[in-house]
Design a protein around this ligand. Structure first.
Ligand code: ADP
Ligand code: G3P
Length: 922
C-alpha cells in the first residue's frame, strides 16, 4: 500500500464510514469493508485479523455515541478530577475485542456508495504500492510546454516534462494526485502547466563540496481527494446555481495569466489555460491550507466541517548532515499552489464554483525558520525545520550568556516575576557599591559619613507576589556615586539570569527547537543571508508568514506577518504583551527590521493574488498544534488533545492564564481570536518524534513499504519482547529536554524480530505521551480520563490501543480528524462571520464535526503497564547524554572549516560542484 491509498476513500479511519459521513453504525469493523479491496489488501486484512485474534492486545475498540448510544461520559472536560476509571464505561461485552478493527485503509463502506471522487481515487493502480512512481493522467493532446489531464488512465511523466521537478532526486513531489474520472464527460479538465522553478542556487549548505552527504527522501504522493482521516462527503446538491464569476472565467480563459503571486512567489506554480465551461453551483465553503512537516493539504469544508474535497502532497525532506533537517522554501509554496489548484479542480468537478470558497485559513508546522529577500521575494536559504538540531553548540553559547549576563529588561519594564530574588541580588550589589562609594568619599574627600550605609531600607523591599517593579533604583539614585555607575542603570538593574529569565518572558526554554536560534544560525553561517541582513533586505518568517507572503503577492506587495501562536515559538515575543520584546532581540543580537508584524489568529490579513482563489481573503492563521486544539473544539480551560503527526504534541488549554510548568512543559499561546481579543494560553508537551520514526522505518530502514503496514507487521507479536526504542533522533524534548540524548534501540536478543522493533517504535511515542500527561496531571491536580487524538499516526488502530494501554486512559478518535485543518478553517470562518461561526461562543459550533468517534479502552493489566513504563524510563536513562559537547564542537568546527573553504573557492573564482551545476543549468 502506498500512503496515498492509506488516505484514499477507504481511509475512513473507523471502519464505519458510509460515504456521506454520517456513520451508519451497522457493521462490525471487520464487516464494514469495501467491495473494492484488492487481493493483497484482503490477504493483509485476514492475516492481521488472525494475528491479532491471538494477540492479547487486540484493540479494545468501541463505536461512537452516534452508533452505540450515548457517550460513556460527558466529553468535556477531558480532564476530570477523580479516578482514572472512566464513569459509565460500556461493558466489555460491547467492546470490539474479539477481532480487532482492521486498519483504516482496509475499512471502507464509504466506497460502497461512491462519490464521483471516490471512484476517481479508486482508479489508482495498486501496482504503485511497492515502488512509488510518477503517475499522470493520459494527455488528451499535448502541445509543447503543456500537459493535459483527462480521460483516465495513467502514464509516466516524460523526462524533461515542464511539470518535472527541479530536484532530480525527488520528482515525486510534483506528482499529481488528481485523477480524472474515467467516465467523465462534459467539462474538460483544466490545462495545467508548471513552470520550471529553478533550483535554489543558494550556495551552501547544498554546495558544501566533496564528502557532503545529504539524503533527499523521495516523497510519495499521498494525496487523496478524501481525507486520510475522514470519510468523503458528497456535495449538497440543493444549492442555488450560479455561473462562474465572469472576472475569474475571463482571467483564466486567456491562458496567459500567471499563477499565484508574482515573480518568485506563487508565480512559480501553475498556469491555467482553460477551465470547465458550465454553470456551477455557488455554495459557501471555507478552505484550509495545512502545511505540516511532511506534506501539505488543502481541504475545503462545508459548514458542518464535512470535507467537500481536498488535495494533499508530500514534499522532499533534506537531511544534509546528521541532525540537520531542511525544506526547500519554494517546495512549500509549490505544494500549496498544487493543492489549491487541484482541490479547486475537484470542487469544480463536483459542480461548485471556485468562488464558493469564501475565505481560507493557514496552519503550519511551527518553529521552522525561513528568510527571504524583501526585494526579490526569493528565499535566501533553505528553511531550517523545527526538529533540526544543528544549533546545539550555539544554544550552549547562549545559555552561557544567559547564565552570566542575564536577559536585559525592557525599557520601563515593570514585570519581573521573581523580583524578590532580583531585589535581594540588587540590594547586595548596591550595598557593596554604596560601601565602596562611601569609603572612597571618606578617604578621598576626607568627609565624615553620617548616613545609612545601606541605600535600600529593608522595610521598603517589595514582598513576593506584590505587583510593580523593584524600586531599588529610585532609592539607589539618592546615592549619586551609585547611580552614576553604568552597571546599575535602570535597564541593567532588572537583569535576570539563567533559564528563568527566558521562560518568564517567552514561556520557553532555550533550545534548538525554537526559531530565534535557527535564525541566528542562518545569519551567522549563511553568506547570502548575512549580506541581506546587513543590507536590510532580509525578512524573517515562520511557515505561516512565508505562505501568507507568497499567497498575497510576494515581492509585489505580499503581506509580511506572523500569527501570534507562531510568534510565541520564536523566543522573541513576550507572551504577556504579545509583542516582539526588545531585550530578547538584543540578547540574540537580531535587528527588528527583519521581523514580521504580529497578528491575531483570526482576522483578514490580505487577499490571495492569482490562482483559482484570486481575491479570496486569508482570514485565519495559526500553528498546527494550536489549530488542532481549536479543531477539536478544546476551547475551554482544562481541555486537551494530542496530535500524532511527524512529532506529537499534547496541548492543554489553560484559559487566559499563563501557567508555568516546573516539569518540562512549555507555556504557549493557544490562540487569539481577533486583534482585540485576549489571548488564550496552553501548556504543551512537545515530543519531537512520532510519525517521523515510522517514516524512518519506511525510508531509511526499509522495514515497511508504507506507514499503513505498521499494524500488520506489529500484529505478528503481542509485545516488543523487551525491546525499547528511544527515538531521540535529535535529542529529546518534553518532558526530558535533553539535546544530547541519542537515539537507541535496547533490549535486543536473538528472539527479537522486525515486528518487535516496529512495535517498539509505536510504543515510543506512547510512553513519551504518557510522560507528558503525567506532568500535566501532576501540575493540574486532575486526572486524565480521556484523550482526544488526531494526526496521521492515529490511523493506526494498534498505536491507539497501545496508547490506551500505556496511558491507562481512554482514547477518543474522531472520525473526521483533520482537526488541524479544521482549526484554521474555523478561525478564518469566524473572522469573516461565515456560517455564523463565532469561536467565542461555542454554541455556534454545535453542528460542526459531530460525526461519530471511536474509543480505545485500556485493557493491559496495571501491573504490566507499570512494569513496561519502568523499562522505558530505564531506556531513556541510557539514552541521555549520549552525545558529548566535544563531539558537537568538533562537528561545528568541521562545518566552519567547510564554509571557509567554500568562501575561499568563491573568492578565488573557483566554483563548488553545486554552483557549477547551477551555472550549467542556467
Ligand atoms: N496507518 C498509519 N500507521 C502509522 N503511522 C501512520 C499511518 N498513516 C500515516 N502515518 C504517519 O503519520 C505521519 C503523518 O501524519 P500527519 O498528521 O500528516 O503529519 P504532518 O502534519 O506532520 O505532516 C507520517 O509520519 C506517517 O508515518
Ligand atoms: O508536522 P507536525 O504536525 O508534526 O507539527 C510540527 C510542529 O508544529 C512542530 O512544533
Amino acid at each position: 500500500m502506498t500512503e496515498r491509498q492509506a488516505h484514499s476513500p477507504a481511509t475512513n479511519g473507523n471502519g464505519n464510514g458510509n460515504g456521506n459521513g454520517n456513520g451508519n453504525g451497522n457493521a462490525h469493523p471487520s464487516l464494514a469493508r469495501s467491495k473494492s479491496l484488492s487481493g493483497r489488501q484482503q490477504q493483509q486484512q485476514q492475516q492481521q485479523a488472525g494475528n491479532a485474534a491471538s494477540s492479547t492486545t487486540a484493540p479494545s475498540v468501541r463505536r461512537s455515541a452516534s452508533q452505540r448510544g450515548p457517550p460513556p461520559t460527558a466529553r468535556r472536560p477531558s480532564f476530570v478530577p477523580g479516578s482514572l476509571t472512566p464513569a459509565g464505561l460500556t461493558p466489555t461485552s460491547e467492546l470490539y475485542n474479539a477481532v480487532p478493527a482492521p486498519p483504516p485503509h482496509l475499512r471502507s463502506d464509504s466506497v460502497l456508495a461512491p462519490s464521483p471522487l471516490a471512484t476517481l481515487d479508486s482508479a489508482v493502480d495498486d501496482s504503485q504500492n511497492e515502488q512509488p512512481r510518477i503517475v499522470r493522467p493520459q494527455p488528451l493532446a499535448a502541445t509543447p510546454g503543456q500537459s493535459f489531464y483527462g480521460g483516465g488512465g495513467f502514464t509516466a511523466l516524460p523526462e524533461g516534462s515542464p511539470i518535472s521537478s527541479p530536484y532530480n532526486s525527488a520528482p515525486a513531489s510534483r506528482r499529481s494526485s488528481f485523477v480524472s474520472h474515467p467516465h467523465a464527460s462534459g467539462p474538460r479538465p483544466p490545462v495545467i502547466r508548471r513552470r520550471d522553478s529553478s533550483a535554489s542556487g543558494y550556495g551552501y549548505p547544498e554546495q558544501l563540496g566533496a564528502g557532503q552527504v545529504f539524503v533527499d527522501v523521495d516523497p510519495i504522493a499521498t494525496p487523496s481527494m478524501l481525507s486520510r482521516a475522514g470519510s468523503p462527503t458528497l456535495p449538497l446538491m440543493t444549492q442555488k446555481t450560479a455561473s462562474r464569476s465572469s472576472s475569474r472565467r475571463g482571467s483564466v480563459a486567456d491562458g496567459v495569466r500567471p499563477g499565484f503571486g508574482f515573480g518568485g512567489g506563487f508565480g512559480g506554480g501553475f498556469e491555467m489555460s482553460s477551465m470547465m465551461d458550465r454553470n456551477q453551483k455557488e455554495e459557501e465553503f471555507v478552505g484550509s491550507i495545512d502545511c505540516g512537516t511532511t506534506s501539505t493539504r488543502f481541504i475545503i469544508f462545508d459548514k458542518y466541517a464535512k470535507i467537500i474535497c481536498e488535495h494533499q502532497t508530500e514534499y522532499p525532506q533534506h537531511y544534509p548532515h546528521p541532525n540537520w533537517h531542511e525544506h526547500e522554501p519554494q517546495d512549500l509554496v509549490d505544494s500549496v499552489t498544487e493543492c489549491i489548484e487541484r482541490a479547486v479542480e475537484k470542487l469544480e468537478f463536483l459542480g461548485y464554483s471556485a468562488s464558493s470558497v469564501k475565505c481560507i485559513g493557514i496552519t503550519n508546522q511551527r518553529e521552522t525558520t525561513l528568510c527571504w529577500d524583501k526585494q526579490t521575494g526569493k528565499a535566501l536559504c533553505r528553511a531550517i525545520v523545527w526538529d533540526d538540531a544543528r544549533t546545539v553548540s550555539l544554544v550552549r553559547e547562549f545559555q552561557k550568556k544567559l547564565d552570566e549576563e542575564g536577559l536585559p529588561a525592557g525599557e520601563g519594564e515593570q514585570e519581573v516575576t521573581d523580583y524578590a530574588q532580583t531585589a535581594r541580588e540588587l540590594k547586595n550589589e548596591i550595598q557593596s557599591k554604596a560601601v565602596d562609594a562611601a569609603t572612597n568619599l571618606l578617604s578621598n574627600l576626607d568627609v565624615q559619613f553620617h548616613g545609612n550605609a545601606s541605600p535600600v531600607p529593608n522595610e521598603t523591599r517589595p514582598e513576593a507576589g506584590q505587583s510593580g517593579s523593584v524600586t531599588t533604583s529610585q532609592e539607589a539614585s539618592s546615592t549619586p556615586t551609585i547611580t552614576s555607575d553604568a552597571s546599575i542603570q535602570p535597564d541593567a538593574k532588572r537583569r535576570k539570569k539563567g533559564k528563568d529569565a527566558l521562560v518568564d518572558v517567552t514561556g520557553l526554554p532555550l533550545s534548538t527547537y525554537f526559531s530565534a536560534i535557527k535564525l541566528k544560525w542562518m545569519v551567522l553561517h549563511h553568506r547570502d543571508v548575512r549580506e541581506a541582513y546587513e543590507q536590510d533586505r532580509m525578512a524573517f518568517g515562520t511557515v505561516d508568514s512565508w505562505l501568507l507572503y507568497n499567497l498575497t503577492g510576494a515581492a509585489d506587495g505580499g503581506v509580511h506577518a506572523i500569527d501570534v501562536t507562531n510568534a510565541s515559538r520564536t523566543l522573541l515575543m513576550s507572551i504577556k504583551t504579545l509583542q516582539w520584546y526588545d531585550p530578547l532581540l538584543r540578547f540574540f543580537d537580531l535587528k527588528p527590521s527583519i521581523l514580521p508584524r504580529i497578528v491575531s489568529s483570526s482576522e483578514v490579513y490580505g487577499n490571495i493574488k492569482g490562482g483559482p482563489l484570486d481575491g479570496i481573503p486569508v482570514a485565519g492563521m495559526i500553528g498546527d498544534q494550536q489549530a488542532a486544539l481549536v479543531g477539536n473544539k478544546c476551547l475551554s480551560k482544562g481541555e486537551a488533545k494530542n496530535t500524532y503527526g511527524t512529532g506529537s504534541f499534547v496541548l492543554f488549554n489553560t484559559g487566559q492564564e499563563v501557567v508555568r510548568s516546573e516539569n518540562g512543559l512549555i507555556s504557549t499561546l493557544a490562540y487569539q481570536l481577533g486583534p482585540k481579543a485576549k489571548a488564550t494560553y496552553a501548556l504543551e508537551g512537545s515530543i519531537a518524534v512520532a510519525g517521523s520514526a515510522i517514516k524512518w522505518l519506511r525510508d531509511q530502514v526499509g522495514l515497511i513499504g508504507d506507514s499503513s503496514e505498521m499494524d500488520a507487521l506489529c500484529g505478528h507479536v503481542k509485545d516488543t519482547g523487551g525491546v525499547y526504542f528511544v527515538t531521540a533522533f535529535s535529542g529529546l524534548l518534553a518532558p526530558y529536554w535533553d539535546p544530547n540524548a541519542g537515539g537507541m534501540i535496547v533490549g535486543l536478543t536473538q528472539y527479537s524480530t522486525s515486528a518487535h522493533i516496529a512495535r517498539a517504535t509505536l510504543e515510543a511515542v506512547c510512553y513519551q505521551t504518557r510522560a507528558v500527561l503525567d506532568v500535566i496531571e501532576k501540575e493540574s491536580g486532575v486526572r486524565l480520563e480521556e484523550l482526544k487524538v488526531d494526526g496521521g499516526v492515529t490511523n493506526s488502530d494498534l498505536a491507539m490501543q497501545i496508547q490506551a494501554d500505556i496511558g491507562g486512559f481512554r482514547i477518543c478518535r474522531p472520525a473526521m480528524r483533520e482537526s488541524t485543518a479544521l482549526g484554521s478553517a474555523l478561525l478564518a470562518g469566524s473572522a469573516v462571520n461565515l456560517f455564523g461561526w463565532d469561536l467565542t461562543n461555542p454554541d455556534t459550533l454545535k453542528e460542526v464535526n459531530t460525526e461519530e468517534a471511536m474509543y480505545f479502552e485500556p485493557i493491559l493489566p496495571e501491573i504490566k503497564r507499570l512494569k513496561q513504563i519502568k523499562g522505558w524510563e530505564k531506556a531513556v536513562e541510557r539514552a541521555r547524554s549520549w552525545h558529548t559537547n566535544e563531539q558537537e564542537d568538533e562537528d561545528e568546527a568541521e562545518y566552519e572549516r567547510q564554509l571557509e573553504e567554500e568562501e575561499k573557492r568563491r573568492t578565488e573564482g573557483l566554483v563548488s560542484p553545486g554552483e557549477a551545476a547551477q551555472r550549467e543549468k542556467e
